[in-house]
Design a protein around this ligand. Structure first.
Ligand SMILES: [Zn+2]
Length: 305
């Protein structure tokens, strides 16, 4: 099968998995299916992990994502439906690194295999020295994560092992192609303008991979839980002016008001639709990780060039 055909097949799988996801929300419940019969059920904690899992699962496994599109994972609370899905899953994919700590309360039974998909990645650290969970903003990390997911699915559903690996390889190719497209977009931004101010410190991996400079964040830190003080805001506004920052990037799942205020005070534009911790809604083109990366790169290039 050619790469294009494999990719189309994987897209079809995504659509089918999406439909299955809807069907799974009707309260259907029960033990994980035997690997040999029926579709394997997978739970993914956050949207990005879920989208990668769907790319790997295709139509062979049903993926349920606990944190929906546009929702801030940093303060997600488990629902009764989440707990049911967790209890019924053959495998649970989590990001780890604190962003899906809500899972900890539900997995003590140890019934499902829990795979932390970021294990083994080279992690950046935030200003406080803690590991940065927002790994999906670097396509190299996404490629490593789909490979890990394919092996985990092969482990619980050996009959389809080859297909999971093929889906992961096809998606890795897609990520490689998007990576090149993003580099071409970044090349259209004058080097002096490649400076990012985001709503919280969520884009570090993107910044590192594509050679941007991180100037600061409206909410200091890797979580959205912190509150910026008046002093923090004044310091950021000074930096924005001093560094000649062209735009402030708020995020689709975070309250943009303080970012808008910083932009107004410093006379720069604000883009408040960046995907930091979330993906787009179904049909937006940014409901996949590759689509999200490209959408972000287009918004950034358009605002900074
Ligand atoms: Zn975040």
């Amino acid at each position: 099968m050619g790469v294009r055909a494999a990719w189309l097949r994987s897209l079809l799988g995504l659509a089918l998995a999406g439909l299955a996801g809807v069907a799974c929300n009707d309260g259907r419940d029960g033990p994980a299916p035997a690997p040999s019969g029926g579709r394997v059920t997978v739970v993914a904690t956050i949207a990005q992990v879920g989208a990668l899992a769907r790319a790997v699962a295709g139509d062979l496994a049903a993926v349920r994502v606990l944190v929906g599109p546009g929702v801030d994972p940093h303060d997600h609370e488990l629902t009764a439906g989440d707990r049911k899905a967790i209890d019924g899953a053959a495998v649970i994919f989590r990001n780890g690194l604190g962003i899906d700590g809500f899972l900890d309360k539900a997995i003590d039974a140890g019934r499902a295999r829990v795979v932390t998909v970021t294990d083994g990645l080279a992690l950046r650290t935030g200003e406080g020295g803690e590991p940065d969970p927002h790994v999906w903003h670097d396509p190299d990390n996404d490629r490593a994560m789909v490979a890990r997911m394919a092996e985990a699915l092969a482990g619980v559903d050996g009959a389809n092992a080859a297909a999971y690996r093929q889906n992961a390889a096809a998606y890795a190719e897609r990520l490689t192609s998007v990576d090149a497209e993003i580099r071409a977009l970044v090349a259209t931004i004058p080097p002096a303008n490649r400076k990012l101010v985001t709503n919280h410190d969520s884009l570090g991996y993107f910044i590192g991979h594509y050679g941007f400079t991180y100037v600061g964040a409206v909410i200091p830190g890797l979580s959205t839980a912190a509150e910026p003080s008046a002093k923090d805001i004044a310091r950021l506004e000074d930096l924005v002016k001093k560094e000649g920052v062209k735009a402030i990037f708020a995020e689709s799942s975070v309250d943009p008001r303080v970012a808008q205020q910083v932009a107004a005070d410093t006379g720069v534009r604000v883009v408040d639709t960046l995907y930091g911790d979330s993906l787009g809604a179904s049909g937006s083109g940014a409901e996949t990780v590759d689509g999200m990366l490209l959408a972000n790169a287009r918004m950034i290039a358009e605002a900074l060039r």
